[in-house]
Write a protein that binds this ligand. Structure first.
Ligand code: ZN
Length: 294
């Protein structure tokens, strides 16, 4: 049995899967925000509860916001800031009395989709989360590529490629830079481009109803996403790019973005597939469970 834990900023979700990937038990609680010890206790309680229910012991993988720093062993880059600097990778294995594997939530997303999702069977998979933030994860041969700095795939804080004059220097980003991909491609970035009053879904609906400003905002978004993904294709040449997060529900991206990326890719043809995530919000727990493929 595999147990996946999705430690999110608002909820903690724990799911047990059989060896064939079938989900058998699911539990979720609100994350005790701001309280590290209570967060640890909540995870342990949920895992033990799931195991009691199944009358089995499982392997445990945990998807976290941010990552475990290879340099210090402590949590870094987490937007759930009360986790930053904490020895989660020491404490949880001790409390659960077993080894525990950890991965960034975007990496879990990519692993889930590469293992039994929209990119199943593909060798090189780049997973992109387009939500309140922009994250990325790289999976090669069904293995997460973490990287020596544990930032492989984190292209959201690269500068937007081939910026137009009006895109320079770009909006300030919380990371301290300007013009990061995230500041153009997050959900809030799209809605801000249309007076900041509506959702990405609503903008897509307005555009299909012929609203000119919504159409222009969406076209700008597609052009920027195409440039940002073209640089990924040049660097990694993935078989499949999977989109997740709220923006992945905008249907037209899957045709309009590949139609726009070819001029920015250094190749005579581009056969990379752009697909929507299969498992949606469950990708975090699924990918966390798949951190134990054996
Ligand atoms: Zn940034």
């Amino acid at each position: 049995m595999r147990i996946g834990v999705d430690l999110g900023g608002t909820k903690i979700e724990v799911v047990a899967f059989l060896e064939n990937g079938r989900e058998i038990v699911r539990r979720r609680v609100e994350t005790p925000r701001g309280d590290y010890d209570a967060t640890l206790a909540a995870i342990v309680l949920l895992v033990l509860d799931v195991e009691r229910t199944c009358a089995r012991r499982g392997s445990v993988g945990v998807g976290i916001p941010g990552t475990i720093s290879p340099a210090t062993g402590l949590v870094k880059n987490a937007n759930s800031t009360w986790l930053i600097g904490k020895p989660l990778a020491d404490d949880l294995p001790r409390l659960l009395e077993r080894p525990v594997r950890f991965a960034n939530d975007a990496n879990c997303f990519a692993l889930s989709e590469a293992t039994d999702g929209a990119a199943e069977g593909a060798d090189v998979v780049f997973g992109v989360i387009l939500g309140t933030g922009v994250g990325g994860g790289l999976v090669i041969d069904r293995q997460v590529v973490v990287g020596t700095n544990a930032i492989a795939g984190e292209w959201g804080h690269n500068p937007l490629p081939a910026p137009r004059d009006e895109e320079r220097p770009g909006p300030p980003c919380y990371c301290g830079r300007r013009g990061c991909i995230e500041t153009f491609l997050s959900g809030p970035a799209l809605t801000a481009d249309y007076d900041g009053v509506t959702s990405a879904d609503a903008i897509a609906r307005l555009a299909s109803d012929g609203d000119r400003l919504a159409e222009e905002a969406l076209a700008r978004y597609e052009d920027r996403l195409a440039r940002a993904l073209a640089s990924v294709i040049n660097l990694l040449d993935p078989d499949v790019i999977v989109l997740g997060g709220g923006l992945s529900n905008v249907d037209r991206l899957y045709a309009s973005v590949p139609a726009r990326w070819a001029p920015h890719v250094f190749s005579d043809r581009v056969v990379t597939k752009l697909v929507r995530a299969k498992h949606g919000d469950s990708s975090g727990v699924r990918g966390a469970a798949w951190l134990w493929p054996e």
